[in-house]
Design a protein around this ligand. Structure first.
Ligand code: FMN
Length: 267
């Protein structure tokens, strides 16, 4: 969380709340650490969160959103950005929120083009997202299902006025994706698996440093492999091999085997 630990990429802290006091407390705290921006999560779809009026469950309450934004802008000078779905029950909910959002100098509004009720299932609703573009003065970032260079191009072609796109799961599944999009190529680097291995080892060793015991690190890495495995030749076999590894030694062996297999397939 300390700014000096996040000095390669810009990290933006995020809050999920429906309480103005809590928002102000966190805003002031992150500012005291040196952060300039706070992102507000109105996207979380999980019923426990949404049913208590937070995350995507807050989108249907423009008054509360207004109250929190008003206090945030009156009582702090933090830059606020939003991360939202288009509603919880209906994709039209967000349309009543835009007139409120337009009253504040938000940095941007990133929209995951689904509704909360969908969780992560079903397609993104591009028509509803298109309505959002014409319903606000704010800069919108598109988010949802960008999992390949082709998928990115198709979204970019559909929404030519946008210049910011957010990638979530697709980035973990394929860490090369953002660079390939930037380079407009579907070619992986020649040393793809060496780069991946180094990336994996960095994540592993940094978590290993502060997580104690073999189970937490295994669970943490398993979370990554749920997505990493999607880029491997045999997704299910890859995930299973990691899941089966019962200790750090076996885990490292499994990773080596998985990577050796990919290198063999390539040559
Ligand atoms: C396991 C998981 C955890 C997530 N946690 C957050 C979060 O803390 N904050 C947030 O804004 N979005 C969170 N998201 C949502 C993603 O940021 C993104 O909006 C969503 O996955 C859709 O984009 P994608 O199709 O590119 O993944 C999470 C998604 C997943 C799958």
């Amino acid at each position: 969380m300390l700014l000096e630990n996040n000095n390669t990429l810009e990290v933006i802290p995020q809050i999920i709340t429906n309480d103005a006091e809590e928002f102000l407390f966190v805003a002031k705290y992150v500012q005291s650490l040196g952060y300039k921006e706070l992102n507000w999560n109105l996207g979380c779809p999980y019923p426990m969160v949404a049913k208590s009026g937070m995350g995507s469950g807050l989108i249907c309450n423009p008054e509360k959103i207004d109250n929190i934004l008003e206090r945030a802008h009156k009582e702090t000078d933090i830059l606020v950005s939003m991360k939202m779905r288009m509603g919880y029950d209906h994709a039209e909910e967000i349309l009543d929120v835009f007139p409120i959002l337009d009253q504040y100098p938000l940095k941007n509004v990133a929209i995951h083009a689904r509704i909360g009720k969908q969780l992560y299932k079903g397609p993104v609703d591009l028509e509803a997202f298109e309505r959002c573009i014409t319903s606000t003065k704010h800069k919108l970032y598109y988010n949802g299902d960008i999992t390949s260079v082709e998928a990115f191009k198709s979204i970019q072609t559909r929404f030519p006025s946008l210049d910011h796109f957010m990638i979530g799961r697709g980035l973990i599944a394929d860490p090369f994706l953002p660079q390939m999009i930037k380079d407009d190529t579907t070619e992986y680097p020649k040393d793809r698996w060496d780069i991946f291995e180094e990336f994996h080892n960095t994540i592993y060793s940094q978590y290993d440093e502060y997580l104690s015991g073999p189970t937490p690190i295994k669970m943490k890495m398993l979370g990554f492999w749920e997505f990493f495995s999607q880029s491997f030749s045999n997704q299910q076999k890859t995930y299973k091999a990691i899941k089966k590894a019962t200790n750090p030694f076996k885990y490292k062996q499994a990773v080596s085997m998985i990577l050796a297999n990919e290198r063999k397939l390539k040559s």
